[in-house]
Design a binder for this molecule. Structure first.
Ligand code: ATP
Length: 300
């Protein structure tokens, strides 16, 4: 079977507050999935339940057909704010987490060294973690999450706190890991998801409001249109009024929405030429990933 994780009607309530509300989805093996949503959508709560750190109120989690209680060792988790013992070195810390995650004590040091090398920390193996920068902490957090070679890797906003260089480094590491691991990571930035995702899961107020591949989601929400830039808003208004297609105006720009590839650009250009209005530029545009995110999380 190709499904690694199956989640059914997963729910977490704090009194009357429902943080995660009947969320169901599946992850196929060796795929990566982005859990997307604004602050407070329920991403951390969902990941914490999957990681076994938080007990669900109701619902089911199964990994390779095995129910959640038995799956801890198959999971690696990078929390949003990883904590380390500042007096331990990177190697001591990773070796300790390897043992805690079930790696044979005799192999733990060797596995820790290999993993720290993989995340690019081999030159600071014996440095105390208290001295580490944000980017190094994130790489060490990743090392503790993967040292036991988990089948499922859960990452809570793995790049949100990083600068562009740190972001790139972590994304590159995740792309490498994708070959051998199934990855579920949360983010509130759709552009991050664009780089590495087979599936998008959109959470809003604890509910799963949209899911699909980036291509499917783009297709559904891209909202293609022609944008016509006029000299002034009066000209844009004149065009909108006379347009044979539904059109709208924002200042000196007029918009025509494209549906089923109609109207064609040359029809629009002909209409513009016949109008004798002063058009400065015409372009085909579609919603940016940021606009798609806003549409999904606000309007559904
Ligand atoms: P962020 O992007 O800010 O990290 P998130 O999507 O991870 O947000 P969660 O942290 O999972 O969201 O929170 C979901 C909802 O559950 C929020 O409304 C939050 O206030 C609520 N919540 C989380 N933990 C608790 C708790 N211990 N007690 C009560 N409510 C909680």
């Amino acid at each position: 079977m190709n499904t690694l994780l199956h989640v059914e009607a997963l729910t977490k309530a704090y009194g009357s507050e429902v943080a995660v509300d009947h969320v169901s989805f599946s992850l196929n093996k060796n795929t990566s999935t982005a859990l997307i949503g604004p602050n407070g959508a329920g991403k951390t709560t969902t990941l914490s339940m999957l990681a076994g750190l938080l007990k669900q109120t109701t619902g089911m989690i199964a990994l390779d057909g095995v129910l959640a209680a038995d799956i801890r060792k198959e999971i690696g988790f990078l929390p949003q704010y990883p904590q380390f013992y500042s007096w331990l070195t990177a190697l001591e810390f990773t070796e300790m987490t390897a043992k805690l995650s079930g790696v044979d004590a005799k192999l733990a040091k060797q596995e820790a060294i290999k993993t720290l090398e993989f995340v690019g920390l081999s030159s600071v193996l014996n440095k105390k973690t208290g001295t580490f920068s944000g980017g190094m902490r994130q790489r060490l957090g990743l090392a503790q999450a993967i040292v036991h070679k988990p089948a499922l890797l859960l990452l809570d906003e793995p790049v949100s706190a990083l600068d562009p260089i740190g972001r790139r480094e972590i994304m590159n590491l995740l792309k490498k890991l994708q070959a051998t691991t199934t990855i579920l990571y949360s983010t509130h930035i759709l552009n991050d998801a664009e780089e590495m995702t087979d599936q998008l899961l959109f959470l809003r107020k604890g509910q799963l409001v949209e899911q699909g591949s980036l291509k499917e989601v783009r297709k559904k929400f891209e909202n293609p249109m022609y944008k016509m830039y006029f000299q002034d808003s009066e000209e844009a208004a004149q065009f909108v009024e006379a347009s044979p297609w539904p059109a709208r105006q924002e200042g000196s720009i007029a918009f025509i929405h494209i549906e089923d590839a109609k109207p064609a650009m040359n029809e629009v250009l002909l209409e513009l030429a016949n109008s004798h209005l002063q058009v400065l530029k015409v372009e085909r545009a579609s919603a940016s990933l940021e606009e798609i995110f806003l549409q999904v999380v606000n309007n559904v």
